[in-house]
Design a protein around this ligand. Structure first.
Ligand code: CA
Length: 256
């Protein structure tokens, strides 16, 4: 595994490099956004550790967005941030980051996070085979970028405010439409993804997830409750009358 460390503080780069090389990773580094893109294009690393606050023309978020738009390999991107503000997390995920780690962090914490993120992708691949998208009448769930696009009228919109665990639950349910997952099952699956919590947390996650993907207030529209058992995902195709020919392209994307 090759890791590109994008960070302008030399001391932090060296600290990360030493600890990751001890774990068997190969490390590259870049100290600004433009260099990061250059190294990324020539070496195609598996993972990027990307500082948000970079000197020069491109911020870490812009580097992240650009890399997600590039064809070819789709690396893991972990943002490094000194700011722990929730809004940063939201912007980071919507620009395509897979995970976040707040400075200061210990080398051990970083190593654990890396293992979790890599394991998550491997598991996702095994479930989905070569496809890294779940397609459903109202949703496109991109497992690599960890992004959800949702149909609103005839348009596709990015769901920007899903937390890591809400995304994981949506993927677990939507990957097998109609299959009822018990709370115990969901909790076990999440624990495999390094989630810490209990059964009541599952109901809380479902509650918040529903609010975010069912803005019209129809709670059961996509996630059905099976009382005393658990939850399932349902998503049926609807006849959509397209009167305004405004956004035919995204409708096409949807019905492929
Ligand atoms: Ca910095």
């Amino acid at each position: 595994m090759e890791i590109l460390i994008v960070e302008d503080e030399k001391q932090i780069v060296e600290l990360i490099r030493t600890s990751l090389e001890a774990e068997g990773y190969r490390c590259l580094s870049a100290s600004n956004g433009l260099d990061a893109l250059k190294v990324f294009r020539s070496r195609q690393p598996d993972i990027l550790l990307l500082d948000i606050g970079l000197p020069g023309q491109l911020t870490g978020l812009e580097v992240c967005t650009r890399i997600r738009q590039e064809p070819g390999v789709n690396p893991f991107i972990i943002m490094l941030t000194a700011r722990i503000c929730e809004i940063d997390r939201i912007i980071g995920y919507s620009s395509g980051a897979d995970d976040y780690i707040s400075k200061p962090f210990s080398p051990k914490e970083l190593a654990v996070r890396l293992r979790a993120v890599v394991g998550r992708r491997d598991r996702g691949k095994r479930v989905q085979g070569r496809k890294n998208e779940i397609l459903s009448p109202h949703f496109i769930i991109d497992l690599d970028a960890r992004q959800v696009m949702m149909q609103k009228g005839v348009k596709l919109e990015l769901v920007t405010d899903l937390s890591t665990v809400e995304f994981d639950v949506l993927v677990l349910l939507a990957s097998e439409k109609g299959r009822v997952r018990t709370r115990e099952e969901l909790l076990d699956l999440l624990k495999g993804l390094d989630f810490v919590g209990d059964m009541r947390a599952i109901d809380g996650i479902i509650y918040r997830l529903r609010k975010k993907i069912s803005p019209d207030g129809d709670r059961e529209k996509f996630i059905k409750t099976h009382f005393g058992i658990g939850y399932s995902f349902k998503d049926e195709r609807e006849e959509v009358a397209i009167n305004e020919a405004s956004d035919i392209t995204s409708t096409k994307t949807f019905t492929r």
